[in-house]
Structures are given as C-alpha cells and as structure tokens.
Design a protein around this ligand. Structure first.
Ligand code: NI
Length: 189
C-alpha cells in the first residue's frame, strides 16, 4: 500500500542539510520511491526531494506529465544526481511544496546534463532542456540544502518575508499533509 508522507516545511533543519549518497537499493528503497511519487501526486507537485519527507539521502523524483504541455515527459527517479554541465540561462517563477503560498523568480540554466544512478547504481547521464531542466535543478538544490527562495531578488524577498515567518511558526494550511516543526526541532533561522 502506498503511503502519503508528510512534507517538511521551511524552517526545518533537514531542508538545509547536504544529503548523503544512496549506497544500497533494497525493497524498502523501492517502496520509498513509490511513496514519494504518491506523496508528490497527492500534493499536485511536480518534483519531490528526500529532505522534503524528512530523509537526508540523495534522492528526488520528478513527474511533470500532469501538465498538458508536458504530458509526454516521462517521470524521473534521480539517485545521487549531480549536474555535470549547464548551458544558457532563463528566469521563471517557482514555488515549492515545502514553502506553501510563496512564489519567486529564479534564474536557472536552460539546459543541463545530469549524472545519476539507476536502480543498479550504475551511472547514467541525461540531457534535460527547458522546464524539466528547471525542475531538476530545483530538486538537486534540495539535495544540497538549497531552496529557491535563496535566489529571489531582495525586493521579492521583502514581499515574501511575512509568509516565510508564518510557515516557520507552523501557521500554514495546505490541502496536503505537512510536517510542521515542533519546538523540539532545531530551527535554523
Ligand atoms: Ni521544492
């Protein structure tokens, strides 16, 4: 049975930590990947990284095929991904399931080459262009403790400050399950 996992929110330390590599693929890991796709889907998300379900491992899933213009794009399972090459730049608005009701403009490469591992931990390389390249860069940032709000302009940062502080206090509502940090969590800022 697939499980909907609560999504960690802005202010939690796990979202700011660099993840550890995945070194073993077992049935538990396969279940985890399934649960991540399920959780992402329930939240109408297009990408989800392991720190967003409170796990410090280098794993992210992407599926943009629910968007009409990208319906032929296949889902991606990125295990230990790194960007090996990037080209061009493009600014687009982004959001994040861990930072509800916040949007901001982010400059990213237009095209990236990724190295990652498949389920046999063999190395693969893929080339991504356009929107899916942006999503992959956002997710790989999550695996390195970075969030899209780190890139927004000082003006935009001012606009989103209030909402960020509400999220940090746990004062946020979504139609998907959230992991709101309690007093015992180590809040970074
Ligand atoms: Ni995100």
């Amino acid at each position: 049975m697939k499980k909907q996992l609560p999504i960690t929110t802005y202010g939690m330390q796990i979202l700011r930590k660099k993840t550890k590599p995945v070194t073993k693929i077992d049935s538990e890991f396969i279940d985890l990947v399934q649960n991540m796709f399920y959780t992402m889907d329930r939240a109408s998300g297009i990408g989800l990284a392991a720190p967003q379900i409170n796990l410090g491992i280098s794993l992210a899933v992407i599926d943009i095929s629910a968007m009409e213009e990208y319906k032929s794009e296949k889902p991606l399972i990125l295990i230990n991904p790194v960007i090996s090459e990037s080209h061009g730049e493009d600014i687009q608005e982004e959001g994040c399931l861990s930072i509800p009701d916040v949007r901001g403009d982010v400059k990213r490469a237009k095209e990236v080459f990724l190295k990652f591992n498949d389920f046999d931990l063999n190395e693969k390389t893929i080339e991504l262009k356009g929107f899916i390249a942006r999503v992959a860069q956002h997710e790989i940032d999550h695996l390195n403790g970075k969030l899209f709000i780190d890139y927004v302009s000082p003006e935009q940062k001012k606009e989103i400050r209030k909402q960020l502080s509400l999220i940090k206090k746990g004062n946020v509502k979504t139609d998907y399950k959230l992991h709101i940090h309690s007093g015992s969590d180590n809040v970074l800022y």
